[in-house]
Design a protein around this ligand. Sequence first.
Ligand code: KIV
Length: 283
Amino acid sequence: MENEKVTIIEIQKIKLEGRKISALTAYDYPFARLLDDAGVDIILVGDSVGMTVQGSENTLSVTLEDMIYHTKAVKKGVKRAFLVADMPFMSYQVSIDEALKNAGRLIKEGGAEAVKLEGGVIMQDTVNALVEIGIPVMGHIGLTPQSIHIFGGYKVQGRKPFRAKEIVEDAKALEDAGAFSVVLEGIPLEVAKEITRVLKIATIGIGAGPFCDGQVMVIHDLIGLSGAFKPKFVKRYAEAGKIIENAVKEYIGDVMNGRFPDEGHSYFMEDRHLRPIDKKMTK
Ligand code: KIV
């Protein structure tokens, strides 16, 4: 249903019916409201906030407190979309106990409806434990940004058959553990197609070709707010960065030339005859 709240049941139904799922990141209230009003199915408070908003080189420095802060803000702007929050680096890898506690904070304090974490086979027990206590999990495999130092950079994963096989195994492990969906990032379209065929849960692609059940994008990449950064998988739908820059230049020009603020953007005293500044202004 168009206006009904999206839940994991609805996401599963979309997969079964062969429809597509749309997902986007948001990190604050105004963007969350815009995306939700536009009808996106899933809003992800991604740890990409480290790059898009905090200006860091990668996602590794993002903290759990950062994620709770941004999730809280996004939550206030979301009515219909399903709200997923990323578990940041080192908030779930050390032990299952820590993963449960930290995921619990994203749900309880941030208001998320599910968490996302990176890793397949290696995270199977953690995902299972989270689902057992009632926290829906979105998996994330392939080019997992929290492992860039292992990959030696943002390199497409699964181009060779042995690695492709590992990624398919990761996907199956997540499904077996009870994940409700899995993000496939930076993998060849053939591998994503095969995973989407064998899994009963929804696959959400990013840089994984057209055969996934859904698509997720970083909103800043989509609307031209990430500067010159434009990898092959990104499609620009707007140049909001240029629009903002032009607006700011116009504003600066108006202030410098005394065109703004004018009387039309000013307040007046109640009785015009008592205005002491009127005389000065007309001089
Ligand atoms: O952090 C993020 O924005 C993500 C998406 C790119 C899937 O994990």
